[in-house]
Ligand binder design. Structure first.
Ligand code: ADP
Ligand code: MG
Length: 544
């Protein structure tokens, strides 16, 4: 099955403990089953005092062995499933983070989040079940058939047939349940999307006073969810009923058959003990096995969806040579781009950038200036045309090397819910003094001084504790501190007053020495930084 193979492939550092635990669980299954077998063996001839004393150490031994084996599983295996789930989460994050921008734009992050959560939690469940259940049921089922066949081949065959029927019906039901569950997941994703969307913008919701609108959006999604959950539950109940009926038939038929044999003296009552207690052990495991089949198929559906989203990209990472950080020419030729499902296109007949050059881009709102920057830094891939770095197409360079060439100061200004320092240094070892110098240059020194914990102050979700102007300048500081050779600025001073803007421009003049930059701007003060300019007019980028 695909999910099992998927889990096996991704076990990585958990492979050894996983199989170790599987073995221990298998042994435990054997030991557990030995108890009914021993009881039956010793009671076959009437249970005498000597046989009681011979029986006791076996039973105690079995019990202790099982206890020790379970202790081993708990010590080393219980957390395994959760760890594996988180490990998978990290892998998916890395995969999704590598996806091309255009593909990412097609999927809402809420949907991706929901899929990853379900696939990872589901896979963790399956790992857990595999350790406990697969091994146990494999051991107990084989012993069950072995010992029952010794007593009565007919019962073994009968139970074998019923078990196969049980599994077939169970698979049938599970298969039918997958589309219902998939639909539920989709509705759940819509709910999560709306919920995450509104929750992460809760300040805006409050400020706009639109709680009635947003509540109705959420409650509509909740309502749809309820209906689907209801369908799922009804299906669940029917499935449960049929499977239990099959089990009941197996159990009662066997008991009836055994009783008739015993009454005719063809079998001993001890076999009844073996059968009843063994059946109890097997029953709970087979029941859980059928649950597991359902979970497996469900997880399968989520993993398949995720694999189709992430699968396309993986080959791209390995190809290509090292990207030179020393570069001489960047050129775009006859580039055309349009967002999927949209008519409007952006055309770039020719664009060039040399080291040390600063270029401005103008154009009316919605003409495609931000889109152009995204194409330049390889966040978006154009449908046609050439993007050349030192005369070699972008596609020849490994993605991460290409990304390390550009530092984007985007319009979105999204900060992480981390400290000011972490938002600025982004994991690199910047000295406090270095950060302070940049902040001073961007006229943020006063602001920094009144922060309760200085650089360690949390900026709040998406930087909510900062004013738009402050956020914009922190965003610029972040871009500068990345120390990339080509800086891309998207309307970097749009939230600044004239005076602050002038200060920022003066500072940037020094910072951009020896670096290249492309700046989308309408402000004349910012344009004084630029050597050349382009304008986007009617969807085409032309040099002025
Ligand atoms: P500008 O930065 O010049 O204001 P953008 O580059 O942001 O313009 O957008 C250019 C056009 O592309 C706009 O008409 C906008 O509606 C559209 N657009 C932007 N982002 C997307 C997207 N993710 N999907 C579809 N259309 C988009
Ligand atoms: Mg824009």
């Amino acid at each position: 099955m695909q999910t099992l193979w998927f889990i096996f492939r991704h076990l990585d550092q958990f492979r050894l403990p996983f199989f170790g635990n599987l073995l221990v669980a298998f042994l435990d299954g054997l030991v557990v089953f030995l108890i009914p077998v021993l009881l039956s063996e010793f009671t076959k001839g009437d249970l005498s005092v000597e046989s009681f004393w011979r029986l006791l150490p076996f039973l105690v031994g079995c019990f202790l062995a099982s206890l020790v084996l379970q202790w081993i599983i708990r010590r080393s295996g219980e957390a395994l499933a959760r760890q594996f789930g988180n490990h998978l989460r990290l892998k998916y994050f890395q995969q999704i983070e590598q996806l091309p921008g255009a593909l990412l734009l097609e999927h809402h992050s809420g949907n991706l989040l929901s899929l990853v959560t379900r696939a990872c939690d589901g896979a963790a469940q399956v790992v857990f079940a595999a350790v406990w259940l697969f091994a146990h049921s494999l051991a107990t089922l084989s012993l069950f058939f072995f010992f029952t066949a010794r007593e009565s081949l007919f019962i073994a065959l009968l139970n074998g047939c019923i078990l196969i029927l049980f599994l077939l019906v169970s698979v049938f039901f599970s298969r039918r349940m997958v589309p219902i569950a998939a639909r539920l997941n989709l509705l759940h994703a819509v709910l999560i999307e709306r919920f995450v969307d509104l929750m992460t913008n809760i300040f805006t919701v409050k400020k706009l006073g639109i709680s009635r609108f947003t509540t109705s959006q959420v409650s509509e999604a909740v309502e749809q969810n309820y209906r689907q959950i209801d369908r799922l539950q009804r299906f669940h109940a029917d499935r449960w009923f049929v499977l239990h009926a099959i089990f009941g038939i197996a159990f009662l038929t066997t008991i009836g058959f055994l009783l008739s044999q015993i009454s005719q003296g063809e079998n001993s009552p001890a076999v009844l003990i073996l059968f009843i207690s063994a059946f109890a052990v097997v029953r709970s495991q087979v029941e859980r096995l059928s649950e597991l089949i359902k979970d497996l198929l469900e997880v399968n559906a989520y993993i398949e969806t995720l694999e189709t989203i992430t699968g396309r990209e993986q080959r791209q990472e390995e190809r290509g040579s090292e990207c030179p950080l020393q570069w001489n020419a960047l050129e775009l030729q006859e580039v055309t781009f349009s967002y999927r499902g949209r008519g409007a296109t952006l055309n770039v007949p020719h664009f060039s950038l040399s080291p040390g050059e600063v270029i401005s881009i103008r154009g009316e709102s919605g003409e495609g200036k931000s889109t152009f920057l995204n194409i330049l830094c390889n966040f978006l891939e154009p449908q046609r045309g050439e993007r050349l770095l030192d005369r070699r197409p972008y596609a020849e360079f490994p993605r991460n090397r290409l990304e390390s060439l550009f530092g984007m100061v985007s319009q979105e200004m999204e900060l992480f819910h981390l400290s000011v320092r972490e938002n600025l240094s982004l994991g690199r070892p910047h000295k406090d003094e270095q950060i302070r110098t940049i902040l001073r240059g961007l006229l943020l020194e006063e602001w920094l001084e009144q922060l309760p914990e200085g650089l360690d102050t949390l900026v709040g979700e998406k930087g909510v504790k900062l004013s738009a102007g402050q956020k914009q300048r922190v965003n610029i500081a972040r871009g500068l501190l990345l120390e990339r050779p080509i800086l891309l600025f998207d309307e970097p001073t749009s939230h600044l007053d004239k005076e602050t803007e002038q200060g920022v421009v003066d500072f940037l003049r020094g910072q951009l020495k020896g670096r290249s930059a492309v700046i989308v701007t309408h402000r004349s003060a910012v344009e004084t930084l630029c050597d050349r300019g382009y304008v986007v007019r009617e969807g085409t980028l032309i040099e002025e």
